[in-house]
Write a protein that binds this ligand. Structure first.
Ligand code: AMP
Ligand code: MG
Length: 475
């Protein structure tokens, strides 16, 4: 006997103004594209039920298990620095929370499940492209051991979604997250001067993710610490999120909302992919400052819970200012490991920065250069290999003091990342009903540190004509 999920949804027990109850809008002809069986098992779900007709019907939003409490969450946020008083889940519906065999709680959310009261002018739908992109990149993140939401399933809907005047195949992603509480969720209530709601949300967040925090200030410090480490991890794999709006920063510390995100090929600190990021607000090198800015918005939401205003502002400011040194320390540790240092110290920072600046000048591929330090092929990535040689001599001298630099580097420098041109190629094939490149890429990205010869073609940087320089929002 196969079993449907049993939901136990703490968020649905919060006050009514936190969300709108909303059933998914049924779709015409659901079909399973991908089911993440390993993840299903880890969540305590039955993969055979999920892959069967009732499971696929749930993953498409056509039927709900009895315990589901479908709802759209309310949130607000700053988008590209501009304030939006009301955003909310416009195309995502929370089915409910599941509690795993080891007691962890996760949201199951359908993305692209139809209109909600927060849809504004949107159709509430997603097309295949962004669904497959999020599936591949979020699962690649999980394999790289970077905190992230996950992809449980992707289904096609048998319906057409219109984007940029063309009809595209509709799809729905099932996203799994520790929670979907965002900076923007706090901002929604702060903007309405709803202090009781802020208190409730703060307590909920502490219970769920930060049980060691006793006060809102403790919570703020803990959130800052997780974000500092998270952003350092993005930087260390050359990842550009692309839409670091406050509604796209999850307070659990997981990476969320893989819209126009991308991994860099050629290293340059100013790299931007998103077609809507005209001024490079969310460029690679800006990500730490933007995270700190978002955290300042979060801090300001907590002020009404922090006692007398003057001391509250002072303490909150200090907590947010803690981001920069914590990020710098995490960055040094992560990039130190990338050049083989088990414990990099401040004196090593210049060595790392020198490599990066030579990479930028010589248009070196980020992933291949760092992996090349393991294999001895890094110098091939530089237009002028002499630029690498100059650095290598200093690096080798420093490595003499290290016990096992090869092992350290091999764990820190992935062989394969989800390169943009590969994702695009998988999407183009999938639109033509060929899902083989998508599945193959997914299988390769599940083992990012394994130089498996059968996937060696996926290590290549794009040829000039293959380069994908622009990515689009997940709409
Ligand atoms: P995002 O760019 O995914 O962070 O989304 C920003 C906001 O736009 C959120 O409130 C989304 O729910 C909403 N949104 C994005 N796409 C759609 C869509 N196709 N239909 C309705 N709302 C959408
Ligand atoms: Mg979003």
């Amino acid at each position: 006997m196969t079993q449907p999920p049993v939901f136990d949804t703490s968020y649905a027990r919060l006050p009514d103004r936190f969300f709108a109850r909303q059933d998914p809008v049924p779709v015409r002809a659901p079909a399973l594209i991908a089911l993440n069986r390993d993840l299903a098992v880890r969540l305590g779900l039955d993969p055979d039920w999920l892959a069967g007709p009732d499971g696929v019907a749930m993953l498409a939003g056509n039927t709900m298990p009895a315990s589901a409490t479908p709802l759209a969450m309310a949130y607000a946020g700053h988008q590209f620095g501009g304030w939006s008083h009301s955003l909310g889940d416009g195309r995502a519906i929370l089915l409910g929370e599941v509690v795993t065999p080891d007691g962890a709680r996760f949201d199951l959310q359908l993305k692209g499940a139809g209109q909600t009261p927060f849809s504004r002018r949107g159709d509430g739908r997603a097309w295949l492209g962004p669904v497959l992109r999020e599936y591949l990149v979020s699962e690649a993140f999980a394999a790289l051991d970077i905190p992230t939401t996950r992809a449980l399933a992707a289904v096609s809907t048998g319906e057409v979604v219109v984007r940029e005047a063309s009809g595209r195949p509709g799809a729905i992603l099932t996203r799994v997250a520790s929670s979907h509480i965002r900076v923007g969720t706090f901002q929604y209530f702060a903007a309405r001067d709803d202090v009781p709601a802020l208190e409730t949300l703060c307590k909920h967040l502490i219970d769920r993710h930060y049980p060691q925090s006793e006060t809102p200030l403790d919570l703020l410090r803990a959130v800052v610490a997780r974000q500092a480490d998270l952003i350092a991890q993005w930087m260390a794999v050359g990842f550009i999120h692309g839409v670091m709006n406050t509604d796209n920063m999850a307070l659990s510390g997981e990476t969320i909302d893989f819209g126009p995100c991308a991994f860099m090929d050629v290293y340059h600190p100013n790299t931007v992919f998103s077609s809507i990021d005209q001024y490079g607000r969310y460029a690679y090198a800006n990500q730490p400052q933007i995270a700190a800015w978002n955290l300042a918005q979060f801090a300001s939401c907590l002020l009404p819970l922090m006692g007398p205003e003057g001391p509250a502002i002072e303490a909150a400011t200090e907590a947010v200012h803690g981001f920069a040194p914590q990020f710098q320390a995490a960055w040094l540790r992560r990039f130190g490991a990338k050049i083989g240092l088990a414990r990099a110290d401040e004196d090593d920072r210049a060595l790392i920065e020198d490599l990066l600046s030579r990479m930028a000048t010589e248009r070196a591929d980020f992933t291949r250069t760092f992996r090349g330090l393991v294999t001895g092929r890094a110098r091939n990535e530089f237009i002028d290999p002499a630029a690498f040689d100059g650095w290598e001599a200093r690096w080798q001298a420093r490595l003499a003091a290290e016990a096992a630099p090869q092992a350290v580097m091999a764990r820190a420098n992935p062989v394969r990342i989800p390169r943009n041109h590969r994702i695009e190629a998988a999407i183009v094939a999938a639109v033509e009903d060929d899902f083989a490149p998508f599945h193959r890429l997914g299988a390769a990205l599940a083992r990012p540190f394994d130089p498996a010869p059968e996937f060696s073609d996926l290590e290549a940087a794009p040829r000039p004509e293959e380069r994908v320089e622009r990515t689009f929002c997940g709409t």
